[in-house]
Design a protein around this ligand. Structure first.
Ligand SMILES: Cc1cc2nc3c(=O)[nH]c(=O)nc-3n(C[C@H](O)[C@H](O)[C@H](O)COP(=O)(O)OP(=O)(O)OC[C@H]3O[C@@H](n4cnc5c(N)ncnc54)[C@H](O)[C@@H]3O)c2cc1C
Length: 455
């Protein structure tokens, strides 16, 4: 009897086309939602009635809150990413980007990194494409500045800062030295403040090996349009962070705008003008451009209009979460969930459950999470935290920052590697060597090939 029932189920599955879930983006939401679906849809994935495809230009998920520590050399760059194919054995991973979502036809246009683009059909689409740096039409910005959202940018920045110390130490030209040793960060949110504080901390360690560079020679400048920094940790802790950064000699230009930076000549709205070889732009994010070339509804800020159940408003078979989505905050009526990892991770859990419920014809649930506060690292043994109203600074906050993120970073494998990195840096000094050559590995060979035949 039982075997007949199994046979009947198998036959019905064979005759039915599997339901296809396509996930656009393999960051926080893409990875955590897939992990959840691997569990909740275990049976369907096994019997072939459901299949999942995840599309991302990269083959890994980046744990962005660890980028500042990777830039400072406390964590190896390989340990701040999770390889999608290894972590998601039940999910088909495709590398390339989705250039269009045509929901009425239930297709996405997939552009592999090389070759022809193709249409991929789906039954359910999950928009998890996150955000990109929000830039402004500032003269010189696109050429002179770098963002801080990817592991490539974080490591390039690290190499650049260290290479500039090399350059300054090897030069006797005051102008060359001043330009090399002036570092500018624009934007005082999480990314900007953590990048600035971690890198400044690293340079302070590194200059011990540069006999001609003193701490007074380094100029770190933050340019922030509003009158506060780190809004994520609240006004009091933001103020404390500002004080701590000033004590470390970092210049905070508040209520100031970057006017231009052509050729590295920085001009600000307070009338200041100076040369800098490093300009980091972290002044906000905007939804991934894929949202603009499809038929999914957008809200007034250009995010995908999403309901409290993480479905796309007004359509069936489409879900969205994370930075790309405008998710109403049910704990704060009239407001939206902020674009941060805390929401992204929690939304993914509800998202996975709701997709499963949708496929099984069950009731979907609301996403509800009251923002718990934030932690931020400001360099080795330095931090700031405001969690459930408990405000900490210095070593306790730094410790909380590390333990919180360690608990969140995906997979046991990554956690162990990150702990190993941290433990090593307790006993040995961090590496302060620039491997900038990695960015142009063929230069030396090309020069050798162009130097002509050997005589
Ligand atoms: C330096 C830094 C530090 C941060 N620190 C914190 C912190 O301490 N605490 C906190 O709460 N938040 C922090 N954040 C914010 C947090 O990382 C983001 O809110 C979170 O990553 C959002 O998750 P997501 O899945 O929406 O987007 P992401 O994690 O950015 O993932 C989006 C994915 O979509 C892919 N994608 C984009 N376009 C396409 C396309 N067209 N087709 C296919 N794939 C596409 C991208 O390649 C990417 O992999 C930090 C961010 C940065 C940059």
């Amino acid at each position: 009897m039982l075997s007949q029932a199994i046979e009947a189920r198998r036959a019905s599955v064979v005759n039915r086309k599997p339901k296809h879930i396509v996930i656009v983006g393999g960051g926080y939401v893409g990875l955590y939602t897939s992990l959840r679906l691997q569990r909740t849809l275990r049976r369907e994935l096994r019997d072939g009635s459901v299949r999942i495809t995840l599309i991302d230009p990269q083959s890994y998920m980046t744990y962005q809150p660890f980028l500042p520590e990777a830039a400072a050399g406390n964590i190896s760059p390989r340990h701040v990413v999770a390889p999608l194919r290894r972590v998601l054995p039940k999910v088909r991973v495709l590398n390339g980007k989705v250039s269009k979502v045509h929901h009425e036809a239930r297709t996405v246009t997939f552009e592999p990194s090389v070759g022809q683009s193709r249409e991929i059909e789906y039954d359910v689409v999950v928009m998890a494409a996150g955000s990109i740096s929000r830039t402004l039409p500032i003269p010189g910005l696109a050429d002179a500045a770098i963002g801080f959202k990817t592991v490539g940018e974080a490591i390039a920045l690290r190499n650049r800062v260290l290479a500039l110390l090399d350059r300054a130490d090897s030069s006797e030209d005051e102008e060359v030295r001043r330009r090399a040793l002036t570092f500018v960060v624009v934007g005082g949110g999480f990314a900007g403040i953590e990048a600035l504080a971690e890198l400044e901390d690293m340079t302070e360690d590194a200059i011990k090996y540069y006999p001609s560079i003193q701490q007074k020679d380094l100029r770190w400048v933050l340019i922030e349009a509003s009158d506060r920094i780190l809004p994520e940790v609240g006004p009091e802790m933001g103020e404390w962070t500002a004080e701590e950064l000033r004590e470390r000699g970092i210049e905070l230009k508040m209520k100031t705008l970057l006017k231009s930076c052509e050729g590295g000549l920085v001009k600000t709205s307070d009338g200041d003008s100076f040369e800098s070889a490093t300009i980091v732009w972290t002044a906000g994010v905007k939804p991934s451009p894929v949202v603009n070339s499809g038929d999914l509804p957008l809200d007034e800020r250009g995010r995908i209009m999403t309901t409290t159940r993480l479905t796309v408003a007004g359509v069936k078979g489409a879900f969205a979460a994370g930075d790309v989505a405008g998710v109403p905050d049910v704990t704060n009526p009239g407001q939206y969930c902020a674009p941060n990892a805390q929401h992204a991770v929690r939304q993914s859990k509800v998202l996975g459950d709701n997709i499963t419920a949708y496929l099984r014809g069950e009731k979907l649930k609301d996403y509800r999470h009251k923002y718990a506060g934030s932690v931020a690292g400001l360099g080795l043994h330095k931090g700031v935290a405001n969690v459930y109203g408990v405000k900490l600074r210095g070593i306790p906050a730094w410790f909380m920052h590390r333990t919180y993120h360690l608990s969140r970073v995906p997979t046991v494998n990554r956690k162990v590697r990150v702990v190993a990195d941290w433990t090593l840096s307790l006993f040995f000094k961090r590496e302060t060597v620039s491997l900038g050559q990695l960015e142009n590995p063929r230069d030396e060979f090309r020069a050798a090939a162009q130097s002509g035949p050997a005589r």
